[in-house]
Write a protein that binds this ligand. Structure first.
Ligand SMILES: Cc1cc2nc3c(=O)[nH]c(=O)nc-3n(C[C@H](O)[C@H](O)[C@H](O)COP(=O)(O)OP(=O)(O)OC[C@H]3O[C@@H](n4cnc5c(N)ncnc54)[C@H](O)[C@@H]3O)c2cc1C
Length: 441
């Protein structure tokens, strides 16, 4: 029901609201879209100079497409995102090229993006371990009963059902890579969701993810949303007054889409126990070094290199973007991301780009022995201390509801996406869910 219609129906008692959205990532963008379509007055605040949040991109003068600051793609099963794109009439811009994912085992790279390839992967031999691997994968793909799984860790569930060998070869290295010292705390529901919701087909947007964020932003502007880029929100009072460098503005409702830690800082008026709950939500940070190379790195054309932690690489993944998309979109440059997840206190967050390159470049010869640092034409370093929430045992009890204890103040973030692994698809889901809840309150 449109708010103007409601206004007349209720004699002005209910009607259009003035709503602030803090953050122009996909949670904020999709919520702003739904508010604006219903006729509400929306003001969107974003600290960066462009929309897109963690999925934003950057572009060199000679490139036709942008490159994501943190490597991104969609799964064919990302229906919240794909439905939104369809609603916006932009589906013809979605592409699903066929990339190749490989996994390192005993110094060799093995294809690893289909059930069949996983089954012929040599790391498990040909006996009972392969059967257990297959059966556990099938069970997790088919069952919908994830709730009991959050009472147990991946570590203990997998050891029990898949066995030590399967777990230690296939899943433990990935968990260690993503969650570092917290890997034994991750609950099994999170792992279930990865099996259940992911496909090997990977999608992107014509022009890159930044082009999509720009397209949505244009829709928002046409709907009358006021967008303030390069604007830091410094505080929000319990009366819903939003403060920035340029002044203060009051709202009927506010949706915050930042990290839980930042919400806590922005709104000191929240009750103490709520602050404690926000601070208890653990997360990992991410570091991505992006290289524009003169030559192709993986001669075999591999896109995603999964690197188990015990293989002695200083990062978790090497992603050759131009083995997924043509280098022609990037002026002939070969784009390679080296990415890692680390605790926010790790030295990778304070080392200079030059120092990190000294650590990150030498192992690239394990992908291509001819690689030489002189291949690097240009490099970029992106780091964020809030990248991947850590879902511990009974995580659902720790997730704050969308509505905070302050009336009219709502919070929707990656830390509340569960049991699914966070991603732009679930950012759209939680953003739109928050909009429905706020508009019906
Ligand atoms: C390394 C990495 C790889 C990923 N890969 C994928 C992938 O392949 N596919 C996928 O779908 N997802 C991927 N994700 C996850 C995806 O990026 C996130 O789930 C999604 O972007 C979260 O959107 P959001 O809007 O909830 O949060 P964010 O994108 O974090 O948006 C929050 C926004 O708030 C802004 N903000 C913060 N503080 C303030 C302030 N004080 N004032 C104003 N604005 C503020 C921020 O600048 C940001 O734009 C990846 C993430 C990382 C880190």
């Amino acid at each position: 029901m449109n708010c103007l219609w409601l206004f007349f129906q209720t004699g002005g008692i209910l009607g259009c609201m003035k709503i602030a959205v803090i953050g122009a990532g996909y949670t904020g963008l999709s919520a702003a879209y739904d508010f604006a379509r219903e006729g509400h007055e929306v003001v969107l605040f974003e600290v960066n100079d462009r929309p897109g949040g963690l999925a934003m991109g950057f572009k060199e003068p000679g490139w036709d497409w942008s490159v994501e600051a943190y490597y991104h793609h969609w799964f064919a099963s990302d229906h919240y995102m794909l439905d939104l794109i369809e609603e916006l009439g932009l589906s013809e811009k979605v592409r699903f090229p066929r990339p190749y994912t490989v996994m390192l085992y005993k110094g060799k790279w093995y294809p690893f993006d289909s059930v069949l390839q996983a089954l012929i992967f040599p790391g498990l031999g040909w006996g009972i371990n392969k059967i257990r691997f297959g059966l556990v994968g099938l069970y997790l793909r088919l069952t919908k009963n994830w709730q009991p799984m959050e009472e147990t860790t991946v570590d203990s569930w997998m050891r029990k059902w898949a066995g030590d060998k399967v777990y230690e070869t296939m899943w433990e290295p990935m968990l260690k890579g993503k969650f570092g010292p917290h890997y034994r705390d991750v609950n099994m529901a999170w792992m279930w969701a990865r099996f259940h919701a992911r496909t090997s087909r990977l999608g992107t947007y014509q022009g890159g993810f930044q082009a999509f964020a720009d397209d949505i932003t244009e829709v928002l502007q046409n709907l009358g949303v006021e967008i303030h880029l390069s604007t830091v929100v410094e505080g929000i009072s319990k009366e819903l007054v939003v403060s920035t460098k340029v002044g203060q503005e009051d709202f009927d409702q506010v949706l915050v889409t930042t990290s839980p830690g930042l919400l806590s800082k922005l709104v000191p008026a929240l009750p103490d126990n709520y602050h404690t709950g926000l601070r208890d939500l653990k997360s990992m940070g991410a570091i991505v070094l992006t290289l524009a190379l003169k030559h192709q790195l993986s001669k075999q054309g591999y896109y995603w290199h999964n690197i188990p932690k015990d293989q002695d690489f200083p990062f978790l993944a090497v992603v050759e973007h131009t083995n997924y998309l043509s280098p022609d979109y990037f002026g002939g440059d070969h784009i390679v991301y080296c990415g890692d997840y680390r605790d926010p206190g790790h030295e990778y967050f304070s080392l200079s780009k030059e120092k990190l390159m000294e650590v990150f470049l030498p192992p690239l010869t394990r992908i291509n022995p001819d690689f030489d640092p002189s291949w690097v034409k240009k490099s970029w370093l992106y780091r964020t201390k809030y990248a991947q929430p850590v879902p511990e045992l009974n995580h659902s009890d720790k997730i704050p509801p969308l509505e905070t204890p302050i009336p009219g103040l709502y919070f929707a973030s990656m830390s509340q996406v569960y049991p699914w692994d966070r991603g732009t698809n679930f950012a759209v889901e939680i953003g739109r869910r928050a909009a429905v809840e706020m508009m019906s309150s």
